[in-house]
Design a protein around this ligand. Structure first.
Ligand code: PMP
Length: 372
């Protein structure tokens, strides 16, 4: 079976598993304990992982807080800034094409008296910088816009957006869950990004681990936010709870590998995407329509309408041979809000399937499309 649902999650790399195992077995110490070797070994491993993730993201290790993944980080940043800055303003800007962990959190904040602007997106799910600028008010405390879309792969103009937010003195958060390990960027070159979310399992690390990037100034002072989890004060008091050392070590190893092979993996994904596009065109011709853009996108995500074919039936039928999904795994029971935000009809949405590739796939693997 060919796995083409890598935007939902990716397989764990063997090197990642090997790095994790000792921390599930003999090295079981609590990294917050002190003085004995098992605690110190766990602590050293966590700090090494933090260093590895910081190299991949191009930030300082101390700017990273380990969380359970992007859902938690998105909640932490949105609720944490809303709560902390509520006396300064009550307006937050996001877009209609964000992940449910942003949209549902915004809905919750609306019920607490915050005003949310949901920006419209273009035919590929991107926001316009001009629209964002027009939406900013004196009351705006936060802008949260995803870097790359999980269904269409489109990249938002993060350089311009982050620069605009910096110029206006407004905090900017980006959900980078789908782009880490798939596009080459360094947070050093994006001083306007205040916060960033990502999850390890999208780049061949374990599920249930991610980071919050919270920028620090030149004196090492982090942008203050109200913690989501109160307790023992781990992670600089921002995220209490005993650290999932094995998962964190796995994320660190996955980050190290993603960083070491970034350029190679990106060009492989581009090649595979080109090959799959050709195979789909050859096989289905005018019976398919690509919803995704052809450039300025995450490599390896294709979003395809099969005219007149129900996507649930298609996905089930393909399941023994190819694993794909109808869209985001997080909202597969409802018609995609992302595709609806780009103007697709309910019928077009019900005909759509997402193919998401990984650098572990070969061009030969894709030949299975010829035999469909
Ligand atoms: N944001 C985006 C863009 C995502 O694709 C996902 C995962 N589907 C998340 C957030 C949530 O990540 P997790 O499930 O790892 O918490």
């Amino acid at each position: 079976m060919l796995y083409l649902d890598n935007s939902a999650t990716t397989p764990l790399l063997p090197e990642v598993r090997d790095a994790m195992l000792p921390y599930l077995l003999e090295e079981f110490g609590n990294p917050s304990s002190k003085y004995y070797s098992k605690a110190m070994n766990a602590n050293t491993a966590v700090e090494q992982a933090r260093e590895n993730v910081s190299i991949l993201l191009g930030c300082k290790a101390e700017e990273l807080t380990f969380t359970s993944g992007s859902t938690e980080t998105n909640n932490m940043i949105l609720k944490g800034t809303a709560n902390y800055y509520q006396t300064k303003g009550k307006h937050i800007i996001t877009s209609k094409a964000e992940h449910p962990s942003i949209l549902d959190t915004c809905e919750f904040l609306e019920s607490k008296g915050f005003h949310i602007t949901y920006l419209d997106v273009d035919q590929y799910g991107r926001v316009s910088v001009e629209m964002l600028e027009n939406a900013l008010t004196d009351d705006t405390i936060l802008v949260s816009l995803m870097w790359g879309n999980n269904e269409l792969g489109s990249l938002n103009p993060i350089k311009e957006i982050s620069a605009l937010c910096k110029e206006k003195g407004i905090l900017f958060h980006t959900d980078a869950t789908q782009v880490v390990g798939k596009i080459d960027f360094s947070l050093e070159e994006y001083p306007g990004i205040s916060f960033l979310s990502c999850s390890a399992h999208k780049f061949h690390g374990p599920k249930g681990t991610g980071v919050s990037f919270i920028r620090r100034d030149e004196y090492g002072v982090p942008i203050p936010v109200t913690p989501l989890l109160h307790g023992g004060g781990q992670e600089s008091g921002i995220r209490s709870g005993t650290l999932a050392v094995h998962n964190i070590v796995g994320m660190g190893k996955a980050a190290e590998l993603a960083n070491d092979h970034l350029v190679k993996n990106i060009s492989k994904l581009n090649r595979l995407e080109e090959k799959l596009t050709t195979l789909l065109n050859e096989k289905f011709g005018s019976n398919i329509v690509f919803n995704n853009d052809t450039g300025n996108k995450i490599p390896g995500i294709l979003n395809v309408q099969f005219k007149g074919v129900n996507n649930e039936i298609l996905v089930k039928k393909l399941a023994p041979i190819i694993a794909v999904s109808t869209g985001s795994a997080c909202s597969s029971s409802k018609p995609s809000h992302v595709l609806s935000s780009i103007g697709l009809t309910l019928n077009e949405i019900r005909n759509t399937v997402r193919f998401s590739l990984s650098h572990l796939i070969t061009e030969e693997d894709l030949m299975v499309f010829k035999s469909l």
